[in-house]
Design a protein around this ligand. Structure first.
Ligand code: DQA
Length: 147
């Protein structure tokens, strides 16, 4: 099982960035935890972070024929990006959307996701666990698809 893990804008600053909201873990620490879980589940990860919307679109397009699933924290592009939504629709690879914070109890502009209607599911509010739960759910979904 090959999974593309995508981290959107400003997530490279995790650890220093608004730790009261996003916690003290660095992106490297999150990626290490994901790698360990992938080994346990018997899969391989291709991990990519970008602050640029176009680079994320290119990474999604690059997953065609190369990845079985996508785990994505689109960060601020969650709330703005028709381009990311269209890229995910175009490749039709199952994906899970994750967020460290609970976007539904924050500012109202964070309540809407352009991606969520196309996702297998969305997990938010659990910090690192959002990613780990999302990866597990994605693996299970690909192994035993429900739709
Ligand atoms: C985030 C939530 C977004 O609203 C925000 O723009 C982020 C991070 C999260 O992981 O909680 O950058 O996706």
């Amino acid at each position: 099982m090959r999974i593309l893990v995508l981290h959107g804008p400003n997530l490279n600053l995790l650890g220093q960035r608004e730790p009261g909201i996003y916690g003290h873990l660095s992106l490297d620490a999150i990626n290490e935890a994901l790698q360990s879980l992938a080994v346990e589940l018997g899969g391989t990860l291709n991990i990519f972070q970008s602050n640029s919307e176009g680079a994320l679109v290119d990474a999604i397009q690059g997953a065609i024929g190369a990845c079985d699933g996508i785990l994505i924290n689109p960060a601020a592009y969650t709330h703005t990006s028709v381009a990311l939504r269209d890229a995910l629709a175009a490749v039709s690879i199952p994906f899970v959307e994750v967020h460290l914070s609970n976007i539904h109890r924050r500012e109202s502009f964070r309540h809407h996701s352009y991606l969520a209607p196309l996702a297998v599911g969305q997990i938010c509010g659990f910090g690192l666990d959002s990613y780990l739960l999302g990866l597990r759910a994605l693996f299970n979904q690909i192994k035993i698809p429900h739709h």
